[in-house]
Every structure is written in C-alpha cells, then in structure tokens.
Design a protein around this ligand. Structure first.
Ligand code: MSP
Length: 525
C-alpha cells in the first residue's frame, strides 16, 4: 500500500535582507513537523523558497547598485547557506523568478481571465509620485503619504481585478464545513467575522508602476500582483500546470501551510479563492504563528535589536537555538527573545534537567554494573509502575500537542518526563540500594532510567536530531527497532545494553553574566 503523504510549506520569504530568528523560527517549525511526520511513517515533502518579485525588491537592488536578478541570486545563495547550516531538510526550494514558476503563473492568469474571474478595470486611490505608490483614504496620515509625508494626488490607474465577490458564498460554506482549517481557532474567527462576513472586495491583481514581476501575457505593460505570483509557488513547485504533474497529484492538497500572523489574510482568503477558481482542492490546514518579539517591541535595524540565528548557533549550537525558538513561542501569543531567558533555558532545561539526567545515569550504570544493563526486570521498586505509566501518558500528550501544533507544550511535556525521571533517582536512592546490595532493585532502577532516556531521545528527535543521536549513542542504543517512534510504546524490549565508559556532557553550563553580555553585544551587530 502507498504511504500516506504529508506536504508542509513555509511562506516564501522576501529576499530583502538577512534572515533573523523570526524567519528561522517558521522554517524550523516546518522542518520539525516534517521530521515528526516522517517518523510517524508518512511520505513527506517540505517546500520553502523565496518571493523574489515586486517593487520593494527592485528598489533594494537599485540601492545596492545591482540588477534585481543579481540581488535575488545573491540572497538565494545566502538563504540556502543558512538552511544548510541549520540542517533544514527541505525537499524543494522554489524561487519565483524560476521559469518553472513564471510559466505557471502566466498560464493561471490567462485561465482566470478566460473564465471571467479577472477583468480589466480602473484603480483609483491617492498617489504619491516620489514613492510611486497608491494609498487608500484610511492609509493616509493627516491626508499625506504615510511613507514620506508628502502631498498625494487623486489618481486612476488601469488595473486587472480579481472578482472575489463571485466566491463569497463558496468561501463561507468552506469555512462552515471545515472548522479546523485555520489554527489557532481565534484567528479563524477573526478572519471569518472581520473580513469574510462583512463582504469581500475585488482585488487588484496587476500593477503598471514597476516592471520587476511576471508580465500579464496578453497585456505586458502590466505585471502580475506579487501575491497572486507568490501564493502560486505552493503548486508550481509541485509541477502543477507543467508537463509532469506527478508530484502535484501525489502531494496536493497541502497538509500543513505554516504562515506568520501578518500574512494569514492572504492565505485564508485569497489563496483559497484562487484555488477555487482553478477548481483545485484547498489545503487541509493553515497554521498561523505569532511573532518573536524583543523586550522593546519588534526587531528592527533602527532599534539595533535584531538577533540573527548565526549568533546563537555558532556559540551555543544548533539544537540549543532550535530548542529555545520552539519552546519560547507560545501557541497563540507572541514569544519573547531575551539574552537572559536564552541563557536561563540553556542552563536549566538543557544542562541541569536533560544533561544531568544522562550524565548521572551513565555514571551509575558504570559504577554499579560496569556499564551494562541486561534487560527488563519488571516493576520491582515502588515507583516503577508509576514511572512507566507516567512515560506512557507523556508520549500521548506529546503526540496530541504536536498534532495540534502546540509545539512549545509538546516540549514542556517532554521536559516533564525528564523531571519525573530525575525525581525517580531521588525516590529510589540507588546509592542506598548499592550499599544494601539490593542488586535486582538496583538493576531495575538502571533499566528504567536508560529506558526513559531512550524515550526522551526519540521524542526530541523531530526538534533536536543531533541531541537525540548523541543520547542514544552514549546509551549504546543503536538497533533500528529501538529508535523508531513506534517503539515508544515498548517498555521492556532493551537487552544487553552497554553504555559508554564516561558520559560526554550534552551541553556545557554557561557563565550567565558573561553570555548575556555576549549576546547583547552580538545584537548590536
Ligand atoms: N513574501 C511574503 C510571503 C509570501 S508566501 C506566499 C512575506 N515574506 S516575509 O519575508 O516578509 O515574511 C516571511 C515570514 O516571516 C512571515 O510568515 C512572517 O510572519 C514571518 N516573520 C517575520 N518576522 C517575524 C518574527 N519576528 N517572528 C516570527 N515570524 C516572523 O511575507
């Protein structure tokens, strides 16, 4: 039988500058979901890429003295380098300037025109000549341009429009029939009540004021509006509309499209409608995450508070960086980055809780049994039964949380298992058992510790694959059948385990003051 498929996408990022930890967060989240689903037996596909057209990109390139193409080529190289450094396992990287994408967008535009979804009309608004931009009445600041503060003129421009109104009822029906389409739920309510219910406006889908974009095939003085161009990437990358639609047939509709809260409207309204116009199925789930904020608000160059992922990865490692991002971003609120919390999480969660559990376990297995754990002894010690049940419950909690995109919670549940296992050492007091020569009991404690660490290693694998491999290696657990997600349900299968002679710390404790200062300096650039 064919495996079930799982197609996950990130937004395609604007190549307008270096990627900060906010952008990295989206990508890490998608990567973790792909890894998780792969462990659950799915045939996965993960797409990311760059959104390379539009006026802004053209302006940035001009400022740098480059052609737009030269600029985006350079940015694409940098983006790929960063994802490689972060071990992001994407299957495809789409760039909207690639012919495979441009061809499909032009074709779709034509088709929409032929079907009467797109019509030529007049766009009217307030125009700022130096900024070459249109604004609506409400966007103006004191009746002036919101960008440069100069006078604006009432102007008209010929534009193509997409007939959104035609799809109003269909979209409403889709929302009613698919209450889980958008997570978190409050975002869905926001979109439905504030934007869909009051009535959709037709959308302007072409521009004549700049030319860095895909030309409207039948009227090349127009370029296609950047969002119609950009959203199409999710299907053009699968070969939709090309000679070979194998991937498209296999993976579409997407199972999970991850976006930031600022771009949910495009994905929750326009994207479904474009797909309806093409008679294509809609994505199964859209997840809108919040923002990583700083103490003083948004990250910005002018505030000098941008954190680039390299700053953290180069000094504290990839897994620690990913752990922080995923753990500190709540499901439905903004997360906050501060050097203090970063160092605190590193020292307490990674060094104290996880690192020490591994170290203590390895040291004791060596001290009491020459590094060997022969096999399961049953529930001999008083807390054995409870710790087994606790692990079972935690696995369920972790799965539930991941499936519902509560990623920070899923990590918190893994750490609950780690804490409970640390407590188990105190409860069973192996040093007393050793003194009293209670060999069986002592063996059982060692078994439960190694087994729980094995479980922890498997559970963290989607998020921290290197740490997972490191734990398993130190424990001497390498057999294929003991490292799968399915094997989490087992408790008694380990046999003839030989741990390494001396544990190697997973994470080295940080000197808090020094490292907080280091990160602060790094943020200044
Ligand atoms: N090009 C569009 C997306 C087109 S998708 C068809 C775009 N690009 S972007 O580069 O501006 O933003 C990309 C993503 O980064 C968005 O999902 C946005 O929400 C996310 N983030 C930008 N800053 C962020 C944080 N500070 N924190 C978390 N995510 C952030 O929009």
């Amino acid at each position: 039988m064919d495996k079930k498929t799982f197609y996950v996408t990130t937004p395609i990022y604007y190549p307008s500058g270096r990627f900060h930890i906010g952008t990295a967060y989206t990508t890490v989240l998608a990567d973790s979901m792909k890894r998780y689903k792969a462990m659950r037996g799915y045939d996965t596909r993960f797409l990311t890429g760059l959104d390379e057209h539009g006026q802004k990109i053209q302006e940035i390139a001009t400022k740098r003295g480059l052609t737009p193409q030269e600029h985006v080529d350079e940015m694409a190289r940098d983006a790929k380098k960063l994802w490689e450094k972060m071990h992001i396992e994407y299957d495809d990287f789409i760039r909207t300037t690639e012919p495979r994408h441009e061809k499909v967008v032009a074709k779709i535009f034509d088709k929409m025109m032929d079907n009467g979804d797109i019509y030529l009309g007049m766009y009217e608004g307030w125009y700022c000549t130096p900024c070459e931009s249109f604004f609506t009445e409400t966007q103006l600041v004191d009746g002036k341009c919101p960008d440069c503060g100069r006078e604006v003129k009432r102007m008209q421009e010929e534009s193509y429009f997409f007939n959104m109104k035609k799809y109003q009822k269909k979209l409403e029906k889709f929302y009613e029939e698919n209450p889980d389409f958008i997570l978190p739920e409050f975002r869905k309510n926001e979109i439905f009540n504030n934007f869909i219910k009051p009535g959709l406006e037709d959308l302007c889908v072409s521009r004549t004021s700049f030319d860095w974009g895909i030309k409207v095939p039948k009227n090349p003085k127009h370029v296609i509006y950047v969002w119609l161009d950009a959203l199409t990437n999710y299907i053009s990358a699968l070969g939709y509309g090309s000679e070979d639609e194998t991937l498209f047939k296999k993976y579409w509709p997407a199972d999970l499209q991850i976006v930031g809260k600022d771009i949910i409207r495009f994905h929750a309204i326009y994207w479904p409608i474009f797909l309806m116009a093409l008679n294509l199925p809609l994505p199964k789930r859209l997840f809108a995450h919040n923002f990583i904020m700083m103490k003083d608000g948004k990250m910005s160059k002018s505030k000098g508070n941008i954190v680039y992922p390299e700053l953290l990865i180069d000094r504290y490692g990839l897994d620690a960086t990913k752990y922080f991002l995923l753990r500190e971003m709540p499901y439905a609120q903004d997360g906050e980055f501060s050097p203090e919390t970063f160092v605190e999480r590193f020292n307490s969660d990674l060094c104290n809780d996880l690192g020490n559990l591994l170290n203590r376990t390895i040291a004791m297995v060596n001290k009491y049994f020459q590094g060997k754990v022969h096999g399961y002894k049953g529930r001999i010690n008083e807390p054995d039964e409870e710790i087994e049940e606790f692990a079972r419950k935690q696995i369920y909690e972790v799965e539930e949380n991941i499936e519902n995109m509560h990623i920070a919670n899923s990590l918190a549940e893994i750490w609950n298992l780690i804490s409970r296992t640390n407590k188990y050492i105190d409860e069973t007091a192996p040093w007393v058992l050793a003194k009293e020569e209670q060999k069986e009991k002592l063996e059982s404690v060692m078994y439960h510790l190694v087994e729980n660490l094995r479980k922890v290693a498997i559970l963290v694998k989607p998020f921290m694959p290197e740490t997972s491999a490191n734990i398993l290696k130190q424990l001497g657990i390498q057999d294929e059948e003991n490292v799968t997600w399915d094997s989490l349900k087992d408790y008694d299968k380990l046999k003839n385990i030989q741990v390494i002679e001396k544990g190697i710390p997973l994470f080295l404790r940080l000197d808090a003051e020094k490292e907080i200062d280091y990160i602060k300096q790094g943020m200044k650039g």
